[in-house]
Design a protein around this ligand. Structure first.
Ligand SMILES: C[S@@+](CC[C@H](N)C(=O)[O-])C[C@H]1O[C@@H](n2cnc3c(N)ncnc32)[C@H](O)[C@@H]1O
Length: 312
């Protein structure tokens, strides 16, 4: 049931969605429905989702700047390559759309995109960019969590979730099952997540004599991403995946062909702005070597990020 308070042209700007079954209400704010279901929950679980939402609301302002450097540009090239392998077409969902890197690209090649993010600030940034590029009519925006995707079964041709949204989904097992269901019978998904077993991190810890970091990282799959804005600190609950784990989760979710590769195997990512975007010298060579080894064991298990291409 849709209760419209304010319209702008064809768009509902303010209103309320009411579930016919459970009678729960979900507001539409600034034209974007807020279907972030875990936030309506209770206790520590709700607190962790709210933390993630706040973390990324504050990160939205620096997201594009912090990722402007050669390491991250290299990572983007790999992600784009795998996205193109999946032949994006038809109706697609971009889970954790952030500031729109994949959403805008997919809309520009004529896909109908559902851009989903837990953070409203991220969605608003992507929408602003979409208007700037004249792509707004090809994109729907939904505020929701990756593990509670509010869509009917069998509606999407492709699903993309690049650069970590599933690391912050507490109910990730159910989330992947749901992802399998909302895809059509021949659907495909490309997902990238933060890896538990990161070769560069181990090497860095050894060379800086911080071996307790390795022990901690090997023992626990749960950690927190941290980010500071002036004096305020934000942290986001994070689940680290392994090669075997993500493969099994997707198999359980109904995917049959699953390829898992690694990104940033031999050098660490930087999260700060540098004017250059191309790898140079040794890093350039390491990038070339990595291109050959990405999908080859044991290197496909050791990157900072794991990238998965899965077909139903
Ligand atoms: C590092 S950014 C990546 C954004 C974009 N895909 C890219 O590659 O630039 C991760 C995004 O995932 C979103 N996110 C984090 N946890 C999420 C969750 N549980 N459900 C949906 N989105 C989430 C964040 O708000 C953020 O926009």
């Amino acid at each position: 049931m849709l209760d419209v308070k304010k319209r702008r042209k064809e768009h509902v700007w303010t209103g309320m969605l009411t579930c016919k079954k459970c009678r729960n209400n979900y507001p539409i704010i600034e034209g974007i429905p807020d279907l972030n279901l875990p936030r309506a929950g209770k206790g520590l679980i709700k607190y962790k989702y709210v933390q993630v939402e706040k973390y990324y609301n504050h990160y939205a302002a620096v997201h594009d700047l912090n990722y402007h450097n050669p390491e991250l540009y290299y990572m983007r090239k790999v992600e784009n390559h795998v996205i193109l392998l999946s032949r994006p077409e038809g109706t697609v969902v971009d889970i954790g759309c952030g500031t729109g890197k994949q959403t805008l690209f997919l809309a520009s090649i004529n896909c109908r995109v559902y851009a989903v993010d837990i953070s409203r600030k991220m969605l608003l940034t992507t929408r602003r960019k979409a208007y700037g590029l004249g792509l707004q009519d090809k994109i729907e925006f939904v505020q929701a969590s990756a593990d509670y995707l509010p869509f009917q079964e069998g509606v999407f041709d492709r699903a993309y979730s690049i650069f970590g949204a599933y690391n912050h989904a507490l109910n990730y097992r159910e989330g992947f099952n749901r992802l399998g269901k909302i895809l059509k019978g021949n659907g495909e998904a490309v997902i990238s997540v933060f890896n538990q077993y990161r070769l560069t991190w181990w090497l860095y810890s050894i060379f800086t004599f911080k071996t307790r970091w390795i022990k901690k990282a090997l023992k626990s799959k749960q950690t927190y991403l941290r980010h500071r804005v002036r004096r305020r600190k934000y942290k986001a609950w994070t689940h680290l995946y392994t090669y075997d784990e993500i493969k099994q989760l997707l198999r359980d979710a109904g995917f049959r062909s699953i390829y898992v590769g690694s990104i940033l195997i031999f050098f660490k990512p930087e999260f700060k702005y540098t004017p250059q975007t191309e790898l140079k010298g040794v890093k350039y060579l390491l990038g070339k070597i990595e291109d050959k080894l990405r999908w080859v064991p044991p290197f496909n298990r050791l990157g900072t990020y794991l990238i998965v291409w899965a077909k139903k």
